[in-house]
Write a protein that binds this ligand. Sequence first.
Ligand code: BGC
Length: 388
Amino acid sequence: MQFPDNFLWGVALSSYQTEGDNKNSDWWLWEEENQKQPSGAACRHYELFEEDFSLAQSLGFSTLRLSFEWSRIEPEEGKFDFSEIKHYHNVIQALRNRKLKPVVTLHHFTNPIWFSRRGGWLDKKAPFYFSRYVKIIVSEFARDVHLWVTFNEPYVYLYNSYISGVWPPQEKSLFLAKKIDNNIVRAHLSAYRIIKEIYREKKLVGPQVSIAKNIRGFIATDRNPYYRIKAKTKDYLFNFMLLERLIRLKALDFIGLNYYTCEFLPKPSLALPKSSLGWFIYPKGLLDLLCRFSQYNLPIFILENGIATNNDTQREEFVVSHIEAVAQAIKAGTNIIGYLYWSLIDNFEWDKGFRPRFGLIEVDYKTYERKIRPSARTYSKICQSNQI
Ligand code: BGC
């Protein structure tokens, strides 16, 4: 199938997982005491970004999603480090020089240490602090960036940090999670309005703003109503509730989705294909969800889809089968504007360290050498021919 003209093909990554030495971040502090394999120099992407972008360009991608590290830009409350802002100008310029369209995420799980000491996303003033940072950044980059993601996966963040407690600040409280949810919605709404206002003032073409929502298939494999109701409830709470709230608030220009896996209820007795992290591989889940999201009449942008595996043939099959699912959804009438693979390079997978390999490009963590994997070539052919 031929994809629509101007379909955005590319890759995603995030600052903390690749740059290295993000010492002013709450994750850095937490890792010092809790992480067996701390992020340290990560992929040294902070120094090697030109090389990484040249590889992305050589693979024929048109789009690259990355994040700016708030803790670098505002290492102390209210004090902005303009040398770090200059660094991100160089990053954006390096993308533009290679004809890679930037998609910029403003918050990808990590917070400045000063912010977390004030209570992080529980603090009443959190939306104010975030908005102040957004205003500075978007004013700086409005001319060069037109696609903004305010928050990456708010529910993954609040689940891991405030419900299961495996990420900093390791809380386990539904009450706190609800507070975080409200504060993040308030912060998104405020950021959305600020971004729009900046482009209006500068008389620039309006930007497209969204969040990256992690979605997951919830599949009842038993006729027992208990499992069916459980799957339906989880599907609504996890996949739809937040997006519907933001759509009602008229604070999304497109629907940004991250899809990796599905959950079977109950767990299947048969051995189904899984990634090295034990996540089920289920492209049909993506197809079904995409078709259901078309009801909101907003363009859909797949901001992340990928697999952790040490078997690159498995990665190749994953990419092809998921892009086939995207093609089928488009055929069925869903308006999808782009697809980004997670990730361009292997990187730091949070509490799991460096073992999971998500990259189209392998990183040697001793020499920091990059090596293009065969799956990247297959994906590159799809992007360049704009068809599958
Ligand atoms: C996150 C990434 C993460 C990836 C794989 C997404 O949930 O945005 O930061 O590395 O999934 O787990």
